[in-house]
Design a protein around this ligand. Structure first.
Ligand SMILES: [Zn+2]
Length: 447
């Protein structure tokens, strides 16, 4: 990689782990070497001043479905990491499913890395999957450098990634705990609801996956987390009913973390039109009242982080003409817009970019054990930095979308907060609607 001359980024608003403050971030050998008053920038540094614009740590998105190899017609490393760069994300972690093969063996993990090689515009790591029958692969996968192990408690949507049951969890959790990586759980446990095969009504879809599914799954996971003292991470919490339970489990000292996603804290089910399957995801988007309680849980720290769960598919699988919620692919495309979506809503509720940086950079970096060199603007950290204009608004249009497919429920929505530039380890990778240069992202291996 080419050498970079030392340079500094001055701003009135640097979002650091200790608060937002003015100063100059010194960048040397791709690392943040210091934050100093602008008057104290050493003479060998090239000075850039962004004025009132904010400097934020590059986002760390620990929940992304890239779908390569095997379903590259759904997304892919090149398009996903370009949209990440445009959205201010400098590190992402790829989920073990929707690609073919799924990442459930060391051999398929090797195929993942080969598929990603040379295509990454941002840094990218991987999770392994736990499915019935691959319990013996879990330890070798962890030793090969995955950042965690993902399991579903209900059908994943992909037949080659069947859900784990309590039996598999009990076999795998002691191994996962021994290596101190997180077990990431899709926490819905199916109960006997009357099964619909077809509906265009969003309210039918919502009641087909009631909060009880999340409740039962979370109860089980808290129980197992306590038994095995295994780091357990609840992915995409949707039901606010579970917040008190999660809070008391955390308070009792369990190694339990929780994420939610932009769609659960932006949309409200009351406003989802019937037949609008671009809003379909699982667990489902719930009522406005539920949404406000999720914001409260972010405020008091019960929900630790916000990640995209970017889960795209070819437009035809969304069955937009048919509008059948039961048959359409469940997954929302949003990778590029997460920061602006969250800032638009967070700002109205009195949060600052300090809160946003913790939810979208610092906490996810900590989850996957890279919080010592990514996710913060502080001395010694990788110079993964974005320049952000918190006042500029824009309308999402298909022409600006870098994802492979342009179907997203955010199409046509207005957001405030624009990523002006993105730096990956000191290199400018995105500026003013343009991806800069060749792919310089690295494959991250957990050490
Ligand atoms: Zn997901």
């Amino acid at each position: 990689m080419e050498r970079l001359s030392p340079f500094s980024l001055s701003s009135k608003n640097i979002v650091t782990p200790d608060g937002i403050r003015p100063g100059a971030v010194l960048i040397e050998n791709r690392i943040i070497s210091d934050i100093v008053p602008p008057s104290e920038i050493p003479s060998r540094f090239i000075i850039q001043d962004v004025g009132d614009l904010f400097l934020l740590p590059g986002l760390v998105d620990t929940h992304v479905h890239i779908n390569e190899p095997g379903r590259t017609d759904w997304e892919g490393f090149e398009t996903a990491t370009k949209s990440a760069a445009a959205g201010g994300i400098t590190t992402l972690i790829d989920m073990p499913l929707n690609s073919t093969p799924v990442t459930t063996t060391v051999a398929s993990f090797e195929m993942k890395k080969r598929a990603a090689d040379g295509k990454l515009f941002v840094d990218c790591g991987f999770y392994a999957g736990l499915v019935p029958g691959n319990e013996n692969e879990i330890e070798p996968l962890i030793k090969s450098g995955v950042f965690g192990v993902k399991a579903f408690l209900t059908h994943s949507g992909i037949d080659d990634f069947p859900n784990a049951t309590e039996k598999e969890l009990r076999t795998a959790m002691p191994i996962i705990a021994k290596h101190n990586v997180p077990l990431l759980v899709h926490a819905e446990l199916e109960s006997r609801e009357k099964k619909l095969s077809s509906t265009k009504k969003y309210s039918d879809y919502l009641s087909s996956r009631p909060g009880k599914w999340e409740h039962d799954a979370i109860e089980l996971m808290i129980h197992l987390c306590r038994e095995y003292n295994c780091m357990t991470h609840i992915v995409h919490l949707s039901s606010s009913d579970e917040v008190p339970t999660l809070e008391s489990a955390r308070r009792s000292g369990l190694p339990l973390t929780v994420e939610t996603c932009p769609h659960y804290v932006y949309f409200k089910s009351e406003e989802i039109p019937d037949g609008a399957t671009q809003y379909k995801c699982a667990p489902p988007i719930r009522e406005n009242e539920n949404r406000e309680l999720l914001w409260k849980a972010l405020q008091n720290g019960v929900i630790n982080m916000i990640v995209s769960d970017h889960s795209p598919c070819p437009p035809e699988l969304k069955l937009l003409n048919e509008g059948n919620f039961m048959k359409a692919w469940g997954g929302i495309s949003s990778l590029q817009f997460g920061l602006s979506i969250i800032w638009t809503e967070a700002k109205q509720r009195g949060f600052t970019l300090f809160n946003v940086a913790r939810w979208m950079s610092g906490s996810p970096a900590t989850l996957i054990g890279i919080g010592m060199n990514k996710g913060s603007i502080a001395p010694g950290f990788d110079a993964d930095i974005l320049v952000f204009n918190p006042e500029k608004s824009f309308i999402v249009s298909q022409s600006m979308i870098q994802h492979r497919h342009k179907v997203t429920p955010y199409d046509g929505r207005t957001f405030v907060g624009e990523v002006v530039r993105t730096y990956l380890r000191g290199s400018l990778i995105y500026e003013s609607d343009k991806i800069i240069g060749s792919p310089t992202g690295r494959i991250l291996i957990r050490s």
